[in-house]
Design a protein around this ligand. Structure first.
Ligand SMILES: *Cc1c(COP(=O)(O)O)cnc(C)c1O
Length: 420
């Protein structure tokens, strides 16, 4: 049996049927912006392998850091032990994170970072004597991961609806409507106020993806929304949680998307880009005041087996160092202006409903999405790896993507839009 035949029979892929699996490509190696297939073909990774490989694949500095760490310590339990990679990574993070965000809880994936943020918010209220405040307010159109607590905070009409039975119940405000670069309207915030008026006695905090709603909406919204969130959380004694797992470390054109609103949350989730996308690691971060309140009721009850894995921390330190060493925000700004200019050529395609771009994110919203098989054909013909979601053909390329590659990526996106 060939590798791909065996894969088809036994290896279950993300969001896929095991009975009638969609086509997959056999990757054998990758470097820079390119993934090489067993056929010898190369694909430009226009989605940074799910938004995280920003410095490029197999980055030599990150690989060397992992290799060196394997010679000393590749895993040790994090209860009762600590190690230099975790300590040095925390130092680097505290330097990069907004001022005051300096208590770092490591976990193994973004979804778990969201779960921990929700638990921290609930424990914060519990410590203050409000055990009934054990729900969160989240936004329609949001995406926070695929584990039960993270699904429960993601868009309730999205892809997870069938798993309702296993999810805790939270409250939802309407999806923010005002565009990032459009006018602000006060009414955009009404449903947050209404939800808090109706259910405030049960709500521990509000969670959102600041500025950029990714997985479920591919939508950029107005910074004023975040300022209003900060204000209403302060007024009502509830916590503000920003899920910066996709937006953190430059993706939207600022180091953190929250900077567009000059707002700092109480709890932040980071992941994806944390290790340059080379190995899984995420973190839930809070400030000293929140940590103090949370811990009044004792320890924080969470501890993944591979918490703060030394190899992952070593990769994280190297990735943070790279952020200090090249002008990644300059690259992202260049990519943004190229995406904005290039995407204009798609505006008048009849299948295109909207085009938008911010930072190193470019989106073609279409009325109708071609079949996976048609998309796979375009991917192989164009040499550009795209993985549309919902009605969105998007790119989130590595920060090292060249001008010529951006052109090639947008041409492939256009071909997908026009393939219906
Ligand atoms: C990807 C993502 C997650 C989930 O992270 P995983 O590492 O896939 O569990 C959570 N929130 C946001 C905003 C994300 O983009």
């Amino acid at each position: 049996m060939s590798l791909l035949d065996y894969d088809r029979c036994h290896v279950w892929h993300p969001y896929a049927s095991m009975v009638n699996p969609p086509p997959v490509n056999l990757a054998v190696s990758a470097s820079g912006t390119k993934i090489r297939l067993d056929s010898g073909e190369e694909l430009i990774d226009a989605v940074s392998s799910w938004w995280c490989v920003v410095h490029g694949h197999n980055h030599p500095v990150i690989m060397e850091a992992i290799r060196k760490q394997t010679e000393k310590l590749s895993q040790v339990m994090f209860a009762g032990f600590t190690h230099e990679p975790a300590i040095r990574l925390t130092e680097a993070l505290v330097h990069h994170l907004p001022e005051g965000m300096d208590k770092v809880f490591y976990v193994d994936s973004g979804s778990i970072a969201v779960e921990c943020a929700a638990k921290m918010a609930v424990q914060y209220q519990y410590s203050l004597g409000f055990p009934e405040k054990c729900k969160l307010l989240a936004l329609k159109g949001g995406y926070h991961g695929d584990t039960a607590a993270a699904m429960a905070l993601s868009d309730p009409s999205g892809m997870h609806a069938l798993y309702k039975g296993v999810m805790p119940k939270h409250f939802f405000a309407e999806k923010p409507r005002c565009r990032f670069d459009g006018p602000w309207e006060d009414s955009d915030f009404d449903s947050v106020t209404a939800q808090l008026d109706a259910h405030g006695s049960e709500i521990a905090g509000i969670i959102c993806e600041p500025i950029f709603q990714g997985g479920n909406a591919m939508w950029f919204y107005h910074p004023e929304y975040l300022r209003r969130l900060r204000k209403i959380c302060n007024e009502r004694g509830i916590l503000l949680i920003f899920d910066e797992i996709a937006t953190g470390f430059g993706r939207t054109g600022r180091k953190f998307a929250q900077e567009y609103a000059s707002v700092v949350p109480d709890i932040m989730c980071i992941g994806k880009i944390l290790t340059g996308g080379q190995i899984t690691l995420a973190a839930t971060v809070t400030n000293g005041q929140c940590a103090e309140v949370i811990c009044r009721s004792g320890g924080f009850c969470h501890g993944p087996t591979f918490m703060a894995n030394p190899l992952a921390c070593a990769a994280g330190i190297a990735s943070m160092k790279l952020l200090d060493e090249y002008d990644y925000l300059g690259n992202v700004r260049r990519i943004e202006s190229e995406l904005k200019a290039e995407l204009e050529c798609c505006r008048h395609s009849s299948n295109v409903a909207d085009i938008r771009a911010l930072g190193a994110v470019g989106v073609l919203e279409v009325h109708e999405m071609p079949s996976r098989e048609k998309i796979q054909r375009i991917v192989l013909d164009s040499g550009v790896w795209l993985r549309p979601v919902g009605n969105y053909i998007y790119t989130m390329p590595p920060y090292i993507t060249t001008t010529a590659e951006i052109h090639q990526i947008v041409q492939a996106m256009k071909a997908v839009a026009e393939a219906v």
